[in-house]
Design a protein. Structure first.
Length: 741
């Protein structure tokens, strides 16, 4: 790593590590107490989580240590196994199991937790931090009050503890907590924010210590009792071995030990994966934690915890979120917090025991507020019930039960909505009009399970007799056998009810041939039946689909096969050469539906009129002369460009320019460009009428229609004029005005 970058990162990581250490220290002690384990085991796990896991982890923000979510598991396991030394054997085995999970890449599990549950987890931790720290903020610090479970070891629950706290308010603690929260709230508005080595939480801790010293000397009524201060048990540095409990390996073959080990490994791994997923969402740099490496790091951490007498280690959301909100840059903040925990039990305990718990409570309350902002709840509510309900259930369940059970309940709620959505909307169904008539299209999703059978069957059986039905399975990676049987049964029903059925896109392994009973390509019979007005409406409908982004899947292979023997187009389009204006696309038509004549500026020549007459011979029922916005040929004509052979095009457009009284001398604008384009379309219609007696006769007999169209490229809209009637022939000869603005 670059030395300059390392120094720059340490400016952020050291203060963040100090703040995390101050938060982690009482939590390590409180979780050990709630777990029924020796107090020092919590400190050992905090040191291991910081130094060993911190060094091995790939996460730059996660902080590991003893977790409240495992307190109940540890307490029950100690009771079941009979001694803490036997539990250490289970923790040691759990570490090796996690190591194996990481090596065999089980970290993918985290990717299957929906974001509404992750956000619920974060918000729940925020709510818990606020609720659990309110008693400390007002000076109520009974044994067991740190437990994160709803029901606490001292017989109270979260809400009764808050109610009891207000009966025994400590004024000094309230003053320190209130001032601390004001400092944290307005810190960014003070000049002190520019001092990188003095983060707001660290200042709050120092402020709490100083205030309590002043209270002791000058305001005894506000003095804070030792029971409301941090309490690190005394340690004899010359006899550290007395504080380390070793695993009793004689119980390695104990069946109950292995059951506990599997329980700890699964719970700790799930909690870690959920936490790192949540922490990654909080990370302002959006770095992604390698989950398999994280499991390996946690495995080594729990092996060390089992050997040295610590509690099980996991990634901890409270410490991690404090780490992020304190502005850490790299994982060195987690390592540094572990080193501080080690130093604290060796030499710093007298100094740290002067910190009021109210100051730490203020830090955690503000962290909780950032995790559970009102805006988060309103944002989730706006996303709909399917997102909000699992989010809310996750919060309530975590607050009322515990972290892991709360997440599992949230997952169940999210799964319910997923199944409900899948059951109600297992497909999309659309009815659209083509030249071959009305087509009903059912498009199957990526996964079609047996839950979808009932709705798919009822929809298919309700299709009216004589319909054309297209079942598109192109996007389906999996279709349950029950659904395949339903489709097979519908083939029989369709044959009896004169329903033409196409089933396309089925994968080979389903062993069903794709029946193609109709192809959306024009045949002679359909072409003959169409009238010019019908064709015009089909083009309007196609453009509406194009505008809305709902164009029809074309199945070009089927259309190519169907049109290989001959063409039966329904319209011919005189179109500009512009690459953005392909008629087949903007009218949402398939192979063989349209004849397209491309010429710059959609001007008319003798050859083009000959092509239009051939189009009628081929059965086309409509001529469309289509100009478009931002036409390059019109722009060149407005600039009076006639060099080389370009004049053969721009010369024809000059007529429209003179009619609109536009040109370079007037400084042509966008609106003038559009006026000339529209007038040029009208002139082209007039040239067709004036120069083809054959086409005039076709129009008079109603065999063929003629219409002008203006395509606005920016809005994807094609504006059609009225069909030219025989009564309008003289008008076009004397001065066309249909589309000209």
């Amino acid at each position: 790593m670059n030395i300059a970058n390392l120094k720059n990162d340490l400016k952020y990581d050291i203060p963040a590590g100090i703040v995390v250490f101050l938060v982690a220290l009482p939590l390590c002690l409180g979780i050990a107490l709630a777990s029924g384990a020796p107090l020092f085991s919590g400190i050992i796990s905090g040191i291991i989580g910081g130094i060993i896991v911190g060094m091995l982890s790939g996460s730059q923000t996660s902080v590991s240590g003893p977790a409240a979510g495992l307190a109940a598991v540890v307490l029950a396991s100690i009771t079941k196994l009979g001694a803490f030394e036997i539990l250490l054997v289970a923790i040691l085995i759990a570490g090796f199991l996690q190591l194996a999970m990481g090596i065999f890449r089980a970290g993918f599990i985290a990717n299957y937790v929906p974001s509404n549950v992750i956000k619920g987890l974060l918000a729940a931790i925020g709510v818990l931090l606020i609720l659990k720290q309110i008693p400390h903020a007002i000076g109520y610090d009974r044994s067991g009050a740190d437990a994160f479970a709803f029901a606490q070891a001292n017989g109270e629950n979260t809400f009764s503890a808050i109610a009891s706290a207000f009966n025994v308010i400590t004024p000094g603690a309230v003053v320190i907590a209130a001032l601390s929260m004001l400092v944290l709230l307005y810190w960014d508005r003070t000049p002190l924010r520019n001092i990188k080595l003095l983060p707001a939480p660290l200042f709050v801790v120092v402020l709490g210590v100083v205030l309590n010293i002043l209270f002791n000397r000058y305001v005894p009524a506000l003095r804070i009792e030792p029971s409301h201060l941090v309490d690190i048990p005394p340690l004899d540095a010359s006899n550290l071995g007395a504080y380390l409990q070793l695993p009793d390996l004689a119980h390695l073959a104990n069946r109950d030990v292995w059951i506990v080990a599997f329980t700890i490994a699964i719970v700790a791994s799930l909690e870690t994966l959920l936490n790192v997923e949540a922490v990654d969402k909080l990370d302002p740099h959006k770095r992604e934690t390698p989950t398999n490496r994280e499991l390996v790091a946690q495995g080594f951490g729990n092996i060390a915890a089992g050997l040295l007498g610590g509690l099980p280690v996991t990634s901890v959301i409270v410490r991690s979120s404090v780490n992020i909100h304190s502005g850490n840059r790299t994982k060195m903040s987690a390592v540094f917090h572990g080193l501080l925990l080690l130093a604290s039990v060796l030499v710093l305990s007298p100094m740290l025991n002067a910190i009021p718990l109210a100051a730490l409570a203020a830090i955690l309350i503000m962290t909780g507020y950032k995790l559970a902002k009102v805006s988060l709840f309103t944002d989730m509510y706006r996303k709909g019930w399917s997102q909000f309900v699992p989010f809310a259930i996750t919060i309530v369940a975590i607050v009322a039960i515990d972290l892991l059970m709360g997440v599992l309940i949230g997952l169940a709620a999210s799964l319910f909505y997923l199944m409900r959505s899948n059951f109600r909307n297992p497909y999309t169904i659309e009815q659209y009009r083509l030249h071959i008539g009305e087509v009903i299209k059912m498009e199957l999703p990526n996964q079609v399970s047996f839950l979808n059978k009932a709705t798919i069957k009822s929809t298919l059986w309700e299709i009216p007799n004589g319909a054309k039905v297209l079942i598109d399975a192109s996007n389906a990676d999996f279709i349950d056998h029950d659904v395949l049987e339903t489709i097979q049964d519908f083939r029989i029903v369709a044959a009896e009810r004169d329903i033409q059925l196409n089933v396309i896109g089925l994968r080979d392994e389903y062993q069903l041939s794709d029946p193609i009973q109709f192809v959306p390509a024009l045949d002679k019979e359909t072409q003959t039946r169409l009238q010019p007005a019908d064709v015009l409406q089909l083009l309007r409908d196609g453009n509406e689909r194009f505008k809305a982004g709902r164009w029809i899947k074309k199945y070009y292979l089927h259309q190519a096969d169907a049109t290989a023997g001959g063409q039966h187009p329904m319209a011919v389009v005189v179109n500009c050469i512009d690459s953005r204006t392909s008629p087949e696309i903007i009218f949402d038509q398939g192979l063989g539906d349209l004849l397209t004549i491309r010429i710059a500026g959609n001007v008319i020549s003798k050859e083009i009129i000959g092509s239009l007459e051939i189009a009628h011979k081929l059965g086309a029922k409509l001529i469309v002369v289509k100009g478009h916005s931002s036409c390059g040929a019109i722009g060149l004509a407005l600039k009076n460009e006639h060099s080389h052979s370009i004049g053969s095009i721009t010369g024809k457009i000059q007529t429209a320019i003179r009619q609109c009284q536009c040109g370079e001398a007037h400084g042509a604008t966008g609106s003038e460009l559009e006026r000339v384009t529209r007038q040029n379309i009208e002139n082209s219609l007039g040239e067709i009428i004036a120069n083809s007696e054959y086409l005039r006769g076709c129009i008079e007999r109603g065999e063929m229609g003629l219409v002008g169209a203006y395509h606005d490229i920016a809005t994807r809209t094609v504006e059609f004029g009225e069909l030219v009637t025989p009564q309008a022939f003289d008008r076009y000869r004397t001065g066309p005005s249909g589309l000209a603005a």
